[in-house]
Design a protein around this ligand. Structure first.
Ligand SMILES: Cc1cc2nc3c(=O)[nH]c(=O)nc-3n(C[C@H](O)[C@H](O)[C@H](O)COP(=O)(O)OP(=O)(O)OC[C@H]3O[C@@H](n4cnc5c(N)ncnc54)[C@H](O)[C@@H]3O)c2cc1C
Length: 447
């Protein structure tokens, strides 16, 4: 097997104006004024992959099976930053393991149906080892643009940890490296940055505010009144966790939400839905799911959880919003241990929070379970795959994984790990075809 990184230390010609423009952009993008900034260029023979999450690993593994070298740039210091550093302790995969495996390697037989995040991380690390994927850690990609004259993607990564800024740099120095390659794979994830809504008066709140990515366990909230803003899978599960740790959770709900039992008729709801979709139109499957949900859970609207007009699968398809698969929070909502409150209007000073219905309540802490977004528009300056808010342009379906000029996008189909695996297989096969063509042309030229 070829080594994962084929790096040729060749300085690409670069006009002075572009270097200046790039240094300025880098300083701006990192939001800091580095005490010193060294800059160098590496021309790579294989593709550049941005991100060492499940998507980046899956595409790297598949490229290695095609004997195509690659370079993975990852901003954190380990694989799967989201799962390692930004998730709560009790998290398990929301979907059964059969729908979450990456290409080529199944989960070990002793994994439970819903693997814990620790199981999943163990799997991802051994996956990376198995395919000799060694990302360059501590490299934050701040800019990528296509150089049409050279037919190369020029990708700037800033070394974000002192350990990566080796070579005798002063402590804290930043090194901006430009990597150049004919192929760029965007695998930085749909969840790269946290989303926290602007709420009037938030700075005046006397208690703690945090995003769900910083929540680990309800232990330190024991005895506290905690407002959880958002009612997706994370919001619901954190309320459950808070309850189990002796806190008093309130869940602020702005719009409608579909809560479904995680299992129906002894099988996973997701699996049942996937099977039915092979035979029935989406609207009919939605009606079936809602009927069973009503039988199992009762009327969620009675307890403050209004159902959206579109069904659970249709709304996912149209807006990307996933239904909540209940893991126990629902019965605590019914028993009143988790209280549903309306959308937050403002923070009123001290520990007060006012809701849109005019009521006011006091809380010790507020957790924003308000989701994530992609960061692609902040660094990808070319190509036509993404909207301004970092979502792939739906109009390009079903080929949203491939853009112009050797640009690929893995893990943005809104279909979780299953979609990421499918994208990775297609992108890697396409790159391998072009790689072999290029290698053939080189051989012919040298003969
Ligand atoms: C709480 C939670 C539970 C979930 N459960 C499931 C589930 O059960 N099943 C499922 O299918 N999906 C689940 N998901 C969705 C999940 O995010 C994805 O399935 C999976 O993590 C996507 O992998 P990814 O590699 O595309 O993105 P990520 O896991 O986000 O990985 C992207 C990587 O890119 C790096 N990166 C980002 N920007 C840059 C940059 N500029 N430069 C360099 N590196 C960068 C990040 O540090 C990260 O390591 C869950 C998500 C959350 C938040």
């Amino acid at each position: 097997m070829l080594p994962p990184l084929l790096e040729i230390d060749v300085d690409l010609p670069q006009p002075a104006t572009m270097q200046e423009e790039q240094a300025a952009a880098d300083a701006g993008n990192t939001g800091s004024s580095p005490r010193s900034m060294r800059s160098e260029t590496c021309l790579l023979r294989g593709p550049i992959i941005v991100g060492a999450g499940p998507s980046g690993l899956a595409v790297a593994a598949t490229l290695s099976l095609h004997a195509v070298p690659f370079t993975v740039l990852e901003r954190s210091d380990d694989v799967a930053d989201l799962w390692t550093n930004r998730t709560y302790d009790r998290l398990r995969l929301h979907l059964p393991k059969a729908f979450c495996e990456l290409p080529h390697v199944g989960f070990p037989g002793d994994f439970p149906t819903y693997p814990t995040k620790h199981d999943f991380l163990r799997y991802l690390k051994s996956y990376a080892d198995r395919f000799a994927v060694s990302p360059l850690f501590g490299r934050t990609v701040t800019r990528a643009r296509f150089d049409a004259a050279a037919a190369l993607w020029r990708v700037t990564a800033v070394a974000s940890s002192p350990a990566a800024a080796n070579g005798g740099e002063e402590e804290g120095a930043e090194v901006a490296t430009e990597y150049a390659s004919p192929w760029l794979v965007v695998a930085s994830g749909e969840n790269a940055e946290v989303v926290v809504p602007k709420v009037k008066g938030k700075e005046r709140f006397a208690g703690e505010t945090l995003h769900s990515s910083a929540y680990r366990s309800g232990e330190r909230f024991k005895g506290m009144r905690v407002l959880v803003v958002g009612c997706g899978n994370s919001g619901m599960e954190m309320c459950l966790d808070l309850c189990e740790h002796g806190a008093m959770p309130f869940m602020s709900v702005r719009s409608g939400v579909h809560v479904l039992p995680r299992e129906m008729f002894g099988a996973s709801t997701f699996g049942v839905a996937m099977k039915l979709l092979k035979w029935l139109p989406i609207k009919l499957v939605d009606r079936f799911l809602l009927l069973v949900a009503k039988m199992v859970l009762g009327d969620t609207e009675k307890h403050g959880l209004r159902r959206p007009k579109l069904g659970p699968l249709e709304i996912k398809k149209v807006t990307g919003k996933s239904p909540v698969l209940d893991v126990g929070a629902w019965s605590l909502i019914k028993s009143g241990n988790i209280k549903i409150v309306p959308e937050v209007e403002s923070f009123t000073g001290g520990s007060g929070v006012r809701f849109v219905d005019g009521n006011e309540m006091a809380f010790d802490a507020v957790i924003f379970a308000t989701g994530y977004r992609s960061n692609v528009p902040s660094w990808l300056k070319e190509g036509d795959l993404f909207t301004e808010d970092g979502k792939p342009k739906a109009a390009q379906e079903p080929t949203s994984w491939r853009g112009p000029n050797g640009l690929y996008c893995v893990g943005f189909s809104g279909r979780g790990l299953l979609g990421a695996g499918a994208d990775a297989l297609r992108a890697a096969a396409d790159i391998a075809g072009r790689w072999q063509q290029a290698a053939g042309a080189e051989t012919t030229a040298s003969v």
